[in-house]
Ligand binder design. Structure first.
Ligand code: ATP
Ligand code: MG
Length: 551
């Protein structure tokens, strides 16, 4: 087998291991518990956990919970569920808030060393004072406070003496630094808000840049992998670690995953939920992991997808059809097959003995012809798809037509003898005869074949289903290109959900596979969580076929 080329992260890790810089690797997945995980996170999870697995290392799950206002235990729990569903197990479950005491101590150390100060400027004043890329910033009038004063004020901030926004703690680095990140970055802000873990212990909370690297360092993370937009933060990440003289974790950036017709910003996904544009975080049209799971995407398919797209250092817009292709690949190999008719027309078999039921043993998966089967009942009245019959059919139409023959999948060849219409001229019934010699498994010398095979169900045994057929949630391929004068919600697809009825063979409702099933000739469908035995509901996972080609 051809050896797969190493990606740039694997190259770095192999070099670090070979040079003895590290004994083993340690990665972390650092979600902020302010929403549900989406497909982009799946890429990050596959990368962090996948690399650790490959090189015999470990991965921590660390919640980046430094903003109590937006965070919630609901999200904390869902994130764990999603990671487990993807099939990964973290080493330790940790929280940035576990380190609030340590981070606070380090902040006091920086103050004592003259490397941090309390600033009373407003947010706007601070922003204005930072300057621009071309012009240096200006020093805050509070920049040269004494160590004693800074310590006192910082402790008072901690003790709740000031209101939100009244003061901040900043690092004292260089207001003219070419990297804007170094122009006295904020370390702490005041927020009188209860935290989902630390309760009311703190009313000051550390900023991302002051938190992330130190948390990595405390956990001895060897390779801290994040998305490209953080590359400008890396020098500051290193600065805190070097200045504090702590374990040297290193940050590496890869391109975030963007998908066509898909939005992956938690803020916008939250808006879709709050405005009830979708039914919830797990609406099957959502790109969230709970959404695609409910739709019937499998963890295996997502991992296959992440593996196929690889990691790159350049931003990329991936085709959603590649993901759908992976879902189809996985389900094609594993899913059970059933026949379901969606838009039916009645077929009466006029030469079928009155009241007779014949049960056919049909494979659940044609890839395993000797494998498990389901029993499918054949009777004198059946349903087929309206689209599988055509009155004035062209020559190449090989399904049912007047005086034509077709095979009913797994069973007999039937012939259409008479077309019954209602007053408006709609076809309401097809009177057919079946040929008993065409039963599969019969006398081989009698075997004859016809060009068309169609699916069907017995009316007497059919189970009615609610089908939720999904299409893309957005109509714009590249959702990063929403024009200035428009909102992303202007590109919602009004036909992203259409409801239909289905009539299924009875065995479908006994399916125990736990994954999406294939409705033969139609698509993959997954039992919805709102389903009841009296009212079965199926979500369309993905269509059976697509013209999309994977090189
Ligand atoms: P969002 O912008 O959707 O809110 P985020 O980056 O703020 O995402 P976090 O919870 O902070 O979300 O992300 C946890 C990890 O997942 C981070 O390491 C982040 O880089 C990574 N991640 C988030 N979105 C993507 C994406 N689209 N592709 C790859 N990795 C991602
Ligand atoms: Mg974030």
């Amino acid at each position: 087998m051809e050896e797969k080329k190493l990606n740039f992260l694997e190259e770095i890790i192999e070099k670090d291991l070979a040079e003895g810089k590290i004994d083993s690797i340690m990665t972390r997945f650092p979600p902020e518990p302010n929403g549900y995980l989406h497909l982009g996170h799946a890429k990050s999870i596959c990368l962090n956990f996948g690399l650790a697995q490959k090189y015999g290392g470990k991965t921590n799950l660390r919640y980046d919970d430094t903003n109590p206002v937006k965070e919630d235990v609901e999200y904390v729990d869902s994130i764990k569920e999603d990671i487990k569903w993807l099939g990964f197990q973290w080493d330790k479950e940790l929280y940035a808030s576990d380190y609030f005491d340590q981070l606070y101590q380090w902040a006091e150390d920086l103050i004592r060393r003259g490397l941090a100060y309390v600033d009373d400027q407003t947010q706007e004043e601070i922003r204005a004072g930072r300057g621009t890329i071309d012009t240096p910033g200006t020093d805050s009038p509070f920049r040269n406070r004494s160590v004693e004063e800074n310590l006192r004020l910082f402790r008072e901030m901690r003790d709740g003496k000031y209101a939100d926004g009244e003061k901040v703690l900043r690092a004292k680095i260089d207001m003219a630094h070419p990297n804007m990140m170094f122009r006295d970055p904020l370390l702490y802000r005041i927020k009188h808000a209860s935290h989902h873990r630390t309760g009311d212990k703190w009313c000051i909370y550390p900023m991302y840049d002051y938190t992330h690297g130190q948390c990595d360092s405390i956990e001895h993370i060897t390779h801290s992998i994040c998305t490209l937009e953080f590359d400008v933060h890396r020098p500051l990440y290193d600065w805190f670690i070097e200045t504090l003289g702590i374990y040297p974790s290193h940050q590496y950036e890869f391109a975030r995953l963007n998908l066509t017709y898909t939005l992956m910003s938690k803020r916008k996904l939250l808006e879709l939920v709050q405005k009830q544009i979708v039914s919830g975080w797990d609406d099957p049209r959502m790109p969230t992991l709970c959404g695609v799971r409910r739709r019937g995407y499998t963890a295996e398919a997502l991992k296959m997808f992440c593996d196929k797209i690889g990691v790159s250092k350049r931003d990329q817009l991936m085709d959603i059809q590649l993901l759908e292709w992976c879902v189809r690949q996985d389900l094609n190999a594993r899913s059970n097959r059933y026949m379901v008719v969606q838009d039916p027309v009645k077929v009466t078999i006029t030469n079928w003995p009155e009241g007779k039921v014949e049960w056919f043993d049909c494979p659940l998966n044609p890839a395993e012809p000797e494998g498990a089967t389901r029993k499918v009942p054949f009777t004198g009245e059946l349903l087929i798809e309206k689209a599988d019959f055509m009155e004035d059919a062209p020559k190449k139409f090989f399904r049912l037509k007047p005086d034509g023959e077709v095979r009913l999948k797994y069973t007999y060849i039937i012939k259409c003898n008479e077309v019954i219409k209602d007053a408006e001229g709609n076809v309401v019934e097809l009177k057919c005869t079946y040929d008993p010699t065409t039963r599969p498994g019969g006398d081989p010398s009698q075997w004859r074949s016809v060009k068309g095979t169609i699916h069907w169900v017995s009316t007497a045994f059919a189970k009615e289903l609610e089908l939720r057929n999904y299409d893309r949630l957005f109509t714009l391929a590249d959702m990063s290109q929403v024009p200035e004068d428009k909102d992303y919600k202007d590109f919602l697809n009004p036909e992203s959900l259409t409801l239909a009825k289905g009539y299924s063979e009875p065995a479908l409702l006994e399916d125990k596979s736990g994954i999406a099933v294939q409705f033969e000739r139609t698509g993959y469908y997954f039992l919805d969580k709102d389903s009841t035995p009296e009212h079965p509901i199926f979500n369309k996972t993905v269509a059976l076929k697509d013209s999309y080609k994977v090189e």
